[in-house]
Design a binder for this molecule. Structure first.
Ligand code: SAM
Length: 79
C-alpha cells in the first residue's frame, strides 16, 4: 500500500469579498490551500473565477469554494 504525505497550509478566507487577501496568499505562500466563502453571491462568483485561475496543481494551491446559504448561516449563528 502506498502512502503519500503532503505538507500544505490550509487558509480559511470566510469573508472573501473581492478576493484580494486570498489572491495575495496564493501568490506568496507555497503549498497553500485557500478555502473561500462569502455570503454575497457576487463575491462567490469572484471566488469561483479565482478558483478557475488556480486549479489543483500537484495538490498545491487549490481553492475550494462554497457559499454560505441562509440555512448554513442560521445553523452557525444558532449554535
Ligand atoms: C471588506 S470585504 C472583504 C475583503 C476581502 N478580504 C478582500 O481581500 O477583498 C467583507 C466581505 O465579508 C462578507 N461578509 C461579511 N459578513 C459575513 C458573514 N457573516 N458571512 C459571510 N460573509 C460575510 C461580505 O459579504 C463582504 O464580501
Amino acid at each position: 500500500m502506498w502512502q503519500v504525505h503532503y505538507n500544505i497550509m490550509v487558509v480559511l478566507d470566510l469573508t472573501f469579498g473581492a478576493g484580494g487577501h486570498s489572491k495575495a496568499i496564493l501568490l506568496s505562500v507555497p503549498d497553500v490551500m485557500v478555502v473561500a466563502a462569502d455570503r454575497d453571491p457576487i463575491a462567490f462568483q469572484m471566488a469561483q473565477r479565482l478558483a478557475e485561475e488556480y486549479p489543483i496543481q500537484a495538490f498545491c494551491r487549490p481553492i475550494i469554494v462554497f457559499q454560505l446559504t441562509s440555512e448554513t448561516r442560521n445553523s452557525v449563528t444558532n449554535m
